[in-house]
Design a protein around this ligand. Structure first.
Ligand SMILES: [Zn+2]
Length: 225
């Protein structure tokens, strides 16, 4: 019921004003968030709430499966505004376990129009097939959620926006996190990049944390026929 939302809003605004009388006056003048959040549209992963931030503290872009591709004018415009105008210092790409978009891409499930968008996650799966396919099904899904974040961190870092910011000497770091629906906790995937020279080594080191099924493969080949 829409009324419920409007009633909630009035109660929320009143409570906010009661605890901090200058809150809305201050925010109405300008926003100066230090953080940008790029997350999944999933209703269970609200940026402000799970990171304990108030309105005005985090600039948010969300889409299905937290994807940032160089042809997406929407995402890149948001990143550009955040970096060049708001001067955010940290950009977090935040995936989450149990992501329906990632699951659909992994299993080849048909969702509809979104299948075309999720091709980007299928590309991640295909690129790292050797590090995913040998895992048990549940672990495949978690791993693809994490790898998708790592790939999207790389995409943000390789965008002209970040490359230009770093060339100017502007301090801004890109981080990769994943959120657990079961425990409400954010996990740092250790893929932080804050200079152009870090993109390839940080990305490579992150991906290499997911072993290929090398041992089994070698054992098969070495086995007597
Ligand atoms: Zn999701």
């Amino acid at each position: 019921m829409p009324h419920r939302l409007l009633n909630n809003n009035r109660a929320w605004a009143a409570a906010k004003t009661a605890s901090d009388p200058g809150f809305f006056t201050r925010l109405a003048q300008q926003q100066s968030p230090r953080y940008m959040w790029i997350g999944c549209a999933d209703s269970r992963v609200p940026a402000n709430e799970i990171s304990g931030l108030d309105p005005g503290e985090v600039f948010v872009h969300r889409n299905v499966a937290n994807i940032v591709v160089p042809s997406d004018l929407n995402a890149l415009s948001t990143v550009q505004f955040a970096v060049e105008h708001l001067k955010v210092e940290h950009i977090f790409v935040v995936g989450h376990y149990g992501c329906a978009g990632v699951r659909a891409a992994l299993r080849g499930l048909r969702v509809g129009l979104a299948d075309n968008w999720l091709r980007h996650v299928q590309d991640v799966r295909l690129r790292h097939h050797g590090r995913i396919a040998h895992l048990p099904p549940a672990q495949q899904e978690d791993t693809l959620c994490e790898m998708n974040v790592i790939e999207q961190v790389c995409n943000v870092a390789l965008s002209t926006v970040l490359q230009d910011a770093w060339a100017r000497g502007q301090p801004v770091a890109v981080h990769g996190w994943v959120y657990g629906l079961r425990d409400g906790l954010l996990k740092d995937l250790q893929v932080t990049m804050d200079a152009p020279g870090q993109v390839v080594p940080v990305f490579t080191a992150a991906i290499e944390r997911y072993p290929r099924h090398a041992e089994a493969g070698l054992a098969d080949r070495a086995a007597p026929r």
